[in-house]
Design a binder for this molecule. Structure first.
Ligand SMILES: Nc1nc2c(ncn2[C@@H]2O[C@H](COP(=O)(O)OP(=O)(O)OP(=O)(O)O)[C@@H](O)[C@H]2O)c(=O)[nH]1
Ligand SMILES: [Mg+2]
Length: 443
């Protein structure tokens, strides 16, 4: 990205929050409410994931507390007696912060902090915190800051916790609801939100122009999507040697990377690796990351990577589909790629029984990648439409493009031109429109 395309205001730490102090690892108690319909296993699995998120954010789980209820308590989310129990537990374990697996309303968060005398966060805050640490490009930082500010705005308060929140750094300090200069801060944040929204919108326009350019180049675009840590970046690296950071860490990738990849038939495609999804991905983040997530919605094809070795691959597939619906990418055709078959060969096989169109790979060892490339090539070709074309003999360059970008189905020679039938993607057909005489009506 060049400077002219970047948001011109750097990440504003003073407003969005300070970076986590990794010299101290905060002690955190996890809290969940199990509602009717939630099984014990599902609640535990979700808490395991929350523990991983907390760890990624740079803090430690020291205990967990679960309460089964018919509905969340209006005031404290859990019952008042349970809040007292939670307070005792925090005192006994010297825990600085509690994190709810459920989404807390700003008022609930405030009341909990008042009663507990410590910071109360929710799952959304922890995810935002990790995003804040992992954003590297100007656009990524602007998107994260926007999400952080939108989260903070309704939580700004004058009150009892002001001192506590201001003294503390770390996950808690960043989201604490204490504020002194309430009105000034609120106005500052609102102005900043407007500015970031404007900058991100202008970036989105730039991208739309770039996309038009790309469409003229006739390259199909393929977006890699999937649950966080599924192996998306590893796959891109394996296929294109692109050196994207891949790490055993949640949300290692926030900024999209696009690389050109030649399929076995020789046709080039653009492959983009982007931010991972998670169950209950905060809506505010999805909103703020619209620009980045557009890549998936506008792709010709999605490569959906699922980690066969995860505790619940099916749950992850469902969560990804839910996010795809939210970003209006559910209509884009997808190829399911069952990854990490080296770690979980049995689970990978079981998944393939369920999804017979899927390919099984190990992005780490390279197993199955040839089949993956063949599959994606076949799928893209199947999307293409067959056209009748007339190309003058002196336009060997056009004929070469047809061969490169599409597939020539039949050729008849004429006195002055090649008369051919060729299968072309939308993008190629647009570019070669001058030589197309008709849509052959078969595909
Ligand atoms: N054993 C094994 N490990 C893998 C495989 N693919 C990826 N990994 C590991 O899984 C971890 C996550 O991989 P990434 O490629 O960073 O995953 P990602 O989907 O890009 O994750 P985020 O960007 O964080 O959403 C890394 O430690 C990889 O080395 C695989 O096929 N087998
Ligand atoms: Mg990644």
């Amino acid at each position: 990205m060049t400077d002219s395309q970047s948001p011109n205001t750097p990440y504003n730490e003073a407003l969005a929050g300070t970076l986590i102090d990794r010299t101290i690892r905060e002690k955190i108690v996890l809290v969940a409410v199990a509602l009717p319909g939630d099984t014990d296993e599902a609640v535990e699995a979700s808490l395991d994931e929350l523990a991983l998120l907390v760890d990624t954010a740079g803090a430690d789980e020291v205990a967990r507390l679960v309460q089964r209820r018919d509905a969340p308590d209006h005031t404290w989310y859990i019952g008042k007696g349970k809040v007292e129990e939670l307070k005792e537990l925090c005192l006994a374990l010297d825990a600085d912060t509690v994190v709810f697996d459920n989404e807390l309303a700003p008022a609930q968060q405030f009341k909990l902090e008042k009663l507990l005398g410590r910071t109360a966060l929710d799952r959304t805050a922890v995810i935002l915190d990790i995003f804040g640490q992992n954003a590297h490009t100007m656009e990524g930082k602007a998107q994260v800051e926007l999400a952080l500010l939108r989260y903070r705005l309704p939580r700004l308060r004058r009150g009892a916790n002001a001192k506590m929140s201001q003294q503390r750094g770390g996950v808690g300090g960043r989201f604490g609801s204490g504020e002194t200069k309430l009105e000034t801060d609120r106005r500052k944040i609102m102005r900043r939100i407007t500015k970031l929204e404007r900058e991100l919108a202008s970036l989105s326009e730039t991208r739309a122009l770039q996309r038009q350019g790309r469409q003229r180049s006739g390259l199909a675009s393929v977006a890699i999507v999937g649950y966080t840590n599924a192996g998306k970046s590893t796959l891109l690296n394996r296929l294109t040697d692109s050196g994207v950071l891949s790490e055993d860490r949640l949300f290692a990738t926030l900024d999209p990377t696009t690389r050109r990849l030649a399929l076995p038939g020789g046709e080039p495609v653009l492959l983009t690796d982007t931010v991972g999804f998670i169950s209950r991905l905060p809506h505010g983040l999805v909103e703020s990351f619209k620009g980045t997530l557009e890549v998936a919605a506008l792709a010709d094809y999605l490569v959906h990577v699922v980690d066969a070795s995860s505790p619940d691959p099916q749950g992850q597939i469902d969560a990804v589909h839910e996010v795809l619906r939210e970003i209006e990418a559910a209509e884009v055709p997808e190829l399911l790629v069952i990854n990490k078959a080296d770690l979980a060969p049995v689970a990978a096989k079981e998944l393939q029984v369920e999804y017979s169109d899927a390919v099984v790979v190990s992005a780490a060892t390279g197993d199955g990648l040839d089949e993956f490339l063949r599959a994606i090539g076949d799928r893209l070709r199947a999307l293409a439409v067959v056209y009748d074309m007339v190309i003058p003999y002196d336009r060997g360059d056009v004929m070469a493009s047809v061969h490169r970008e599409g597939e020539v189905v039949s050729t008849t020679d004429d006195d002055a031109a090649w008369v051919i039938r060729a299968r072309l993607s939308d993008a190629s057909a647009g570019r070669l429109a001058d030589f197309i005489t008709s849509d052959a009506g078969i595909s």
